[in-house]
Write a protein that binds this ligand. Structure first.
Ligand SMILES: [Zn+2]
Length: 304
């Protein structure tokens, strides 16, 4: 009896101790495959979105509607063009991760000052979620019913998503056909990659830096833009500490900045909100779980 009581007491103390201990830093524990895919997919989309701002500014692309919406479309269509021959299920799971990020932003509890306002240059998080879900589904409606089920995109919108995707793809192909650098023209200007040291407040920042470096993703995106188009100026793509989960394009310095804080934010969102969220209720085919459920014309895409 004494022993049982002691055991219960010991367990109670252990529980209290565990509660009192600080939670493991998010980037220090091992990433699951789903978390890694979520962070990687959204980092890639963020880079393509910001490179969309760069191309709009540097190539003087005509833009109808809001530039932020155009940058989202450029980013997503850019991913399609980059994965030209490999639009398999893994590719679409990655795209749905990107849509689901905006659902998580939309539905997570947050203070009022973090809410996107109706007057903002960005669409509301919920609209970005549905816009991206629509483009994904519209790319191949005959084979992507599971995207409708996973995202909950209503039939009223889904009916015309193939046309929305075709419009966006046509716009990108239109300017690509006119502005692509001819093979015989030398590359005049390039986008270089810079890595700033991670700020001290980022959990395991050195590990994040190492992972991003090893991925080669920043170099690949910079090379793609430098070689595909005849850019009028040199530019930079920078991984930096910003003090907030942000990313932006600064046209004055021709610089795209991706913040360590944004990568950390992607991971926190994937861990805090998705496991019991929409993904569990909407598994993708072949899986028990899908992913998840301005200075001088500077475009800032912060998570407010
Ligand atoms: Zn933007």
């Amino acid at each position: 009896m004494r022993s049982l009581s002691g055991t219960a007491s010991w367990r109670a103390c252990l529980v209290m101790l565990l509660i009192a201990l600080p939670a493991p830093a998010p980037a220090e524990s091992a990433l699951t495959d789903a978390e890694l895919r979520f962070v990687t997919a959204n980092a890639e989309f963020t880079l393509f979105h910001e490179m969309g701002h760069l191309l709009i500014a540097e190539l003087q692309l005509p833009v109808l509607g809001r530039e932020e919406d155009a940058a989202d479309q450029l980013g997503l269509i850019g991913l399609f063009l980059r994965n030209n021959q490999t639009k398999d299920r893994a590719f679409y799971r990655k795209l749905v991760d990107i849509a689901e990020y905006w659902r998580l932003e939309w539905q997570r509890p947050k203070p009022a000052y973090e809410e996107v306002q109706p007057w903002d240059s960005h669409a509301l998080d919920a609209q970005r979620f549905y816009n991206i879900a629509c483009l994904i589904y519209g790319s191949d409606p005959d084979n992507l019913d599971w995207v409708l089920e996973t995202t909950g995109l209503p039939a009223e919108r889904a009916l015309y998503c193939d046309q929305e995707f075709a419009q966006a793809r046509h716009a990108v192909e239109w300017f690509e056909a006119r502005l692509r650098r001819p093979p015989n023209r030398p590359i005049r200007h390039r986008i270089s990659v810079q890595y700033d040291p991670p700020p001290a407040h980022i959990s395991n920042g050195q590990n994040i830096l190492q992972r991003v470096r090893e991925s080669g993703e920043l170099e690949a995106v910079a090379k793609l833009a430098s070689e595909m188009f005849d850019l009028p100026r040199d530019g930079q793509l920078r991984l930096s500490g910003c003090g907030s989960p942000d990313s932006w394009y600064d046209s004055r310095n021709v610089e795209v900045v991706l913040c360590y804080e944004r990568l950390e934010h992607f991971l926190l969102l994937s861990r805090e909100y998705s496991p019991t969220g929409t993904e569990a209720a909407n598994p993708a085919p072949d899986e028990t779980r899908i992913t998840h459920g301005q200075p001088a014309k500077e475009s800032t895409d912060s998570v407010r």
